[in-house]
Write a protein that binds this ligand. Structure first.
Ligand code: HMG
Ligand code: MG
Length: 284
């Protein structure tokens, strides 16, 4: 049996948050319920952010309440502040995620806070989560390139990863938000980040804007990363990163990893079915 590599499915959140069409909750539930049959350990399904900023995520409470929960899967939600945290807990999220940026420009555009302010905002969230043993994931956006500030220094990413890990995030997901990273820039960034956080606590989150996501995954695999975020059907993008396109498609990552001899534990047939559903949601 090959080495295990986990795919963290983010399609119902990162995928759908950028869709223009208002997607009914029933369609989201059908997608999540299909994904729940594929063998994931973790699926991100919700985001408790301002509905004015991200209208597509407005029904997140209903999504968490309506899905058919499969045993062994943690259903995750983004929580930018204590208000989001309280909503996620009431809705029954099994884990949550705080999200920061390695660049000041994207931090302001995305969450209306500097990097330092965002870390302060996360403190009470991590503190509250600690009391109830709720796992908290930490995202870092713009780990190589920022749409506002240009190239991002690997040391900035390492410093922020160190902060989030010390605050209690169990895993740090490193986001190429713009999809402009290259295998070289990914390797340079990971060399620095691995000094602060063990590779076993890192995840790669690649958007496929420039068609390099699979090459970037290979670069991260070579550096010891064994968790990758992906969105079924290649859904997605970020409303605050102009030009950024979808996350790398789950079914492609699964095929690629399998070809390399890794075990994902996923059922390829279910992924194909879910990808068809996802693409149909996109085209409306
Ligand atoms: P703020 O802009 O600092 O202002 O919010 P605020 O706290 O005064 O709130 C502004 C408005 O949002 C108010 O409503 C609040 O009530 C409301 P108004 O008075 O204007 O009607 N509000 C909330 N509503 C619902 N739930 C909440 C909440 N908090 C405030 N929890 C905030 C800061 C972060 C909330 C805001 O800027 C925001 O929602 N931003 C959107 C961030 C976002 O969702 N971005 C996309 C996800 S991140 C991503 O995609 C990257 C990732 O995939 C990794 C990668 O690819 O790099 C993770
Ligand atoms: Mg993303």
């Amino acid at each position: 049996m090959g080495d295990r590599v986990e795919i963290f499915e983010v399609g119902p959140r990162d995928g759908l948050q950028n869709e223009k069409r208002e997607i009914p909750v029933a369609e989201k539930l059908a997608l999540v319920d299909c994904l729940s049959q594929a063998g994931f350990n973790r699926i991100e399904v919700a985001s408790f952010v301002s509905p004015k900023r991200v209208p597509q995520m407005a029904g997140s409470g209903e999504v968490l309440a309506g899905i058919k929960r499969a045993k062994g899967i943690r259903y995750a939600a983004l929580t930018p502040n204590m208000r989001g945290y309280d909503a996620a807990i009431s809705a029954g999220a099994d884990e949550i995620a705080v999200f920061a940026s390695a660049s000041e420009g994207f931090s302001q555009a995305n969450i209306n806070a500097s990097i330092a302010e965002s870390i302060e905002r996360f403190e009470p969230i991590l503190e509250a989560a600690r009391h109830i043993d709720l796992p908290v994931r930490g995202y870092i956006s713009c780990v190589t390139d920022c749409p506002y500030d240009g190239a991002v220094a690997p040391e900035k990413v390492a410093e922020l990863a160190d902060h989030l890990f010390a605050q209690g995030c169990y895993e740090i997901s490193l986001g190429d938000t713009l999809g402009q990273a290259t295998p070289d820039s990914v390797a340079r960034m990971l060399l620095a980040v691995r000094e602060a956080v063990p590779a076993t606590r890192l995840a790669g989150h690649f958007h496929d804007t420039a068609g390099r996501a699979i090459d970037n995954i290979d670069a991260a695999l070579a550096m010891g990363v064994r968790v990758f975020d992906a969105a079924v059907g290649g859904l997605g993008g970020c409303p605050f990163a102009p030009g950024a396109s979808g996350n790398v498609a789950t079914e492609l990552v699964h095929e690629h990893l399998t070809r390399l001899g890794y075990e994902t534990g996923l059922d390829g047939d279910v992924l194909v079915k879910a990808a068809e559903m996802a693409r149909a949601m996109r085209s409306g």
